[in-house]
Write a protein that binds this ligand. Structure first.
Ligand SMILES: Cc1cc2nc3c(=O)[nH]c(=O)nc-3n(C[C@H](O)[C@H](O)[C@H](O)COP(=O)(O)OP(=O)(O)OC[C@H]3O[C@@H](n4cnc5c(N)ncnc54)[C@H](O)[C@@H]3O)c2cc1C
Length: 426
């Protein structure tokens, strides 16, 4: 009998690969549950994701598949903003200067007018790119403080390759106009997004995994590339091809023998971690005024522990019981150390994101060790060396951390589909 294809990981990438593959395969999942970062947790009547997992999709075929697998989704027009000096400035900051105080507005416009005439290139250090793109004022007031919090990394050592679809780039004229009147233009890749009607992001995972039977609690530990064998704590699996969706640096630690140049390349890949604190709140007075209608709010303020807060129950009221609301809070770290949940709740109360009289009914903490891949001068070259080695050994490393990229659910499904179809044709 032919050896099966072994897929490591039952997140959206691993499950999608199995879904589209027409050849015999086995999915090994380290955790006792499926979904990876698309898993949802249920606690005291609240549904929580691993922080907001909202599905933005451009591909029509993938959209109809996601609708079918999720058992119905809502189509939602994004409502997001930046908390700046107690004011909510609509997203993106750089196209909504109208909402700023006069002094900040002037600094932002002066910055745009006095930009240096340089060739803008995504390989520039992020801060230089932001100043060249948006000027010193917008960089000082938003781009620098927000991104320092998000990435927990020296912005001078990071480049701007990740900004692609994620950072809207209005031109100078639009930025200046946005200071005079309220900007009606809609920006960004996720201005419309989709979300399952029931059970959070897990609804999509449950739909896709129905016909796939991943083996749970099966963390791969060792991979013999010569004999094409994977070992978990209790099992041994021979494979014809190996598709891994675990972080590529973890995959390489399991492979033996690993050439020295690949080991050196792996050490060059950097990342930051995120703690997501999910909070369910009982209230007599309703969702706090400042959060009404918002899906998420960016918080660049340095003395506040988190960089973003989302309001699950505003995205879908089914996420919280009656007379309740629910939030996710994201905190980034370069060393896995975070503020305690109580300090985060204090910060939320300080900003009036939780009213003093409301009762905390559920707290659920999700630590995401690999959250954001760092884009620096070493990344592309290191990945090239690693992928050449993996391909030569019929190993495909895909997904957000397998491919070591800044991707999202739609891209993960599309990449998994493309790989499965290539293998189906062989
Ligand atoms: C804070 C944050 C917010 C996000 N918000 C959104 C959003 O709103 N919309 C969106 O589209 N995307 C969002 N994303 C991105 C999204 O989470 C990912 O693109 C997607 O979940 C990646 O899926 P994956 O299957 O590639 O990886 P993962 O979800 O990480 O799955 C990998 C799987 O492999 C398993 N695994 C690891 N090691 C082993 C091992 N040794 N053996 C067996 N199994 C193993 C893991 O347990 C996991 O189940 C967000 C990401 C973050 C960090």
């Amino acid at each position: 009998m032919d050896k099966p294809i072994v897929i490591i990981g039952a997140g959206i990438s691993g499950l999608s690969t199995a879904y589209f593959l027409k050849k015999q395969n086995i999915v090994l999942e380290a955790k006792p549950y499926v979904g990876g970062l698309c898993h949802s947790f249920y606690d005291n009547g609240f549904t929580f994701d691993c922080s907001g997992h909202f599905i933005h999709i451009r591909d029509k075929k993938i959209l109809s598949l996601v609708k079918k697998l999720s058992g119905g989704v809502d189509e939602i027009n994004r409502s997001s903003s930046i908390l700046f000096k107690n004011t909510l400035v609509p997203f993106p900051f750089q196209a909504n200067l109208y909402y700023l105080d006069a002094k900040t507005k002037k600094e932002c416009i002066d910055g745009i007018l006095k930009r240096k005439n340089v060739d803008i290139c995504p390989r520039m250090p992020f801060i230089d790119w932001a100043e060249a793109m948006f000027g010193k004022g917008i960089t000082k007031h938003f781009m620098r403080p927000y991104n320092e919090k998000l990435w927990s990394y020296d912005l001078k050592k990071m480049n701007a390759q990740w900004t692609g679809a994620f950072v809207p780039k209005p031109n100078a004229q639009e930025i200046i106009e946005s200071a005079k009147t309220k900007n009606k233009t809609v920006y960004g890749y996720n201005n419309v997004f989709y979300y399952p009607k029931r059970n959070g992001c897990q609804a999509l995972i449950d739909g896709i995994s129905k016909k796939i039977k991943p083996l749970l609690n099966e963390a791969t530990q060792k991979i013999d590339i010569k004999n094409k064998v994977v070992w978990t704590g209790g099992g041994k699996y021979k494979y014809s091809k190996l598709i891994s969706t675990q972080p590529i640096v973890e995959l390489l630690k399991q492979i033996s023998p690993l050439p020295k140049n690949v080991q050196t390349a792996a050490q060059k890949l950097k990342f930051s971690s995120v703690r997501c604190i999910n909070i369910g709140i009982k209230t007599k007075s309703g969702v706090p005024k400042i959060l009404k209608g918002s899906h998420w709010i960016y918080v660049p303020q340095a003395d506040i522990s988190f960089y973003r807060v989302g309001i699950y129950s505003n995205v879908n009221p089914a996420m919280a019981p009656k007379k309740s609301y629910s939030l996710y809070v994201e905190i980034s770290s370069s060393n896995g150390k975070y503020k305690r949940a109580q300090e985060v709740i204090n910060d939320l109360q300080k900003l009036n994101f939780i009213s003093q009289n409301d009762e905390i009914a559920a707290v659920n903490i999700v630590d995401i060790a690999y959250a954001y891949v760092i884009f620096d001068k070493d990344k592309d070259e290191a990945l090239k060396t690693i992928n050449e080695f993996l391909r030569a050994n019929e190993i495909y490393s895909i997904g957000r951390y397998g491919a070591w990229e800044y991707s999202f659910i739609e891209k993960n499904i599309l990449d998994a589909k493309a790989l499965a179809e290539t293998i189906n044709r062989e």
